[in-house]
Design a protein around this ligand. Structure first.
Ligand SMILES: Cc1cc2nc3c(=O)[nH]c(=O)nc-3n(C[C@H](O)[C@H](O)[C@H](O)COP(=O)(O)O)c2cc1C
Length: 216
């Protein structure tokens, strides 16, 4: 695992029988910047799980890609911000994405929605047509200290990600009572939640290999 933005890989076709296995490239994206964030903890647990399942994992923080609030006047004047282009390039280079998101008032936190919206405006990069979210396989996790583990927000997030053309994995993992859900090493303590995370990560890798390969 590293937090270095990956080089965009060339467009790949689906793997053929007998070819060496190419690890799925998975980006792990937490939707919070809060110190001690439960969703950053969930993202770390997911990144570890995905790596153990054989994926080539990149974990990032949106703190490293600050963006102005989506504003079409600003977009018309200055174009798409460079950080959104960098995020878009990174997303386009993946087979799959795992998003760990809080819910704010049962919906998507503005930090995450803003990043999704800016990246959704990209149509061309270095002279080539591109829509970074189009066809990317995306799986979700969520965490909060409440009873529902921020699961309600994921329904909104699913709908938004469908609108931008992503392929959505059905399995998801929501961590309730998050202030007590991780041990000192950052592992999930509840076996049912651990199993849900493993299933979600497995589904993400399986679907990413089948559908998510750029050009595949
Ligand atoms: C504006 C706002 C609205 C919130 N709404 C909800 C909510 O609907 N459900 C919930 O479980 N927690 C809600 N919370 C509490 C968050 O779950 C809590 O701040 C959580 O720690 C955020 O995730 P993080 O730890 O990854 O930063 C809200 C927090 C804020 C700031």
């Amino acid at each position: 695992m590293d937090i270095t933005p990956p080089e965009a890989h060339p467009r790949r076709r689906p793997q053929q029988l007998g070819e060496p296995i190419v690890a799925s490239k998975i980006l792990v994206l937490p939707g919070s910047l809060r110190n001690g964030s439960f969703n950053v903890a969930l993202a770390a647990a997911a990144a570890l799980e995905l790596a153990q399942l054989g994926a080539d994992v990149t974990r990032i923080s949106l703190a490293d890609y600050p963006l102005p609030i989506m504003d079409q006047n600003l977009e018309a004047l200055e174009g798409i911000p460079e950080n959104a282009m960098v995020l878009g390039r990174m997303i386009a280079a993946q087979d799959g994405i795992f998003i760990a998101s809080p819910e704010y008032n049962s919906s998507i936190p503005p930090l995450l929605k803003n990043a999704i919206d800016w990246v959704s405006r990209i149509r061309v990069d270095e002279g080539r047509e591109t829509r970074p979210w189009q066809g990317r396989v995306v799986a979700f996790g969520s965490a909060s200290d409440g009873r529902f583990g921020a699961a309600r927000g994921l329904y909104h997030l699913r709908s938004v990600m469908m609108a931008v053309g992503a392929e959505i994995v059905t399995d998801q993992c929501s961590v309730s009572g998050a202030s007590h859900a991780f041990d000192a090493e950052g592992r999930l303590t509840d076996e049912r939640v651990r199993t849900a995370l493993t299933s979600t990560c497995r589904s993400l890798i399986r679907h990413a290999a089948a559908f998510g390969r750029p050009g595949g």
